[in-house]
Design a protein. Structure first.
Length: 92
């Protein structure tokens, strides 16, 4: 529920929202590792938007399937060196 242009979620989503269900549109399994990568992408993108250092077109370029997959590969590589995310299957 993060606004991709501001990096902020509406107030009702910022605290105390309770349980959340996450599912893939294609109904394929969603691993905990994959969910972590999605979460961290959203977090990193939200921080960039909130900092205001990127134009709307630069942010928009981040929100493409190709840019997301590249980010996933880079994130996985950085954590594989620490012995994590080795079983994460890409593309998500």
């Amino acid at each position: 529920m993060i606004n991709p242009w501001t990096g902020w979620a509406p107030p009702q989503w910022q605290q105390g929202i309770g349980p959340v269900i996450v599912a893939r549109l294609d109904k394929k399994p969603l691993s905990i590792d994959a969910l972590e990568v999605i979460w961290m992408f959203c977090d990193a993108s939200g921080e960039l938007a909130a900092e205001g250092g990127m134009s709307r077109s630069q942010l928009q370029a981040r929100y493409t399937p190709a840019a997301f997959q590249k980010w996933c590969v880079d994130y996985k590589k950085s954590y594989e060196e620490l012995g994590r995310l080795q079983s994460l299957e890409l593309p998500i």
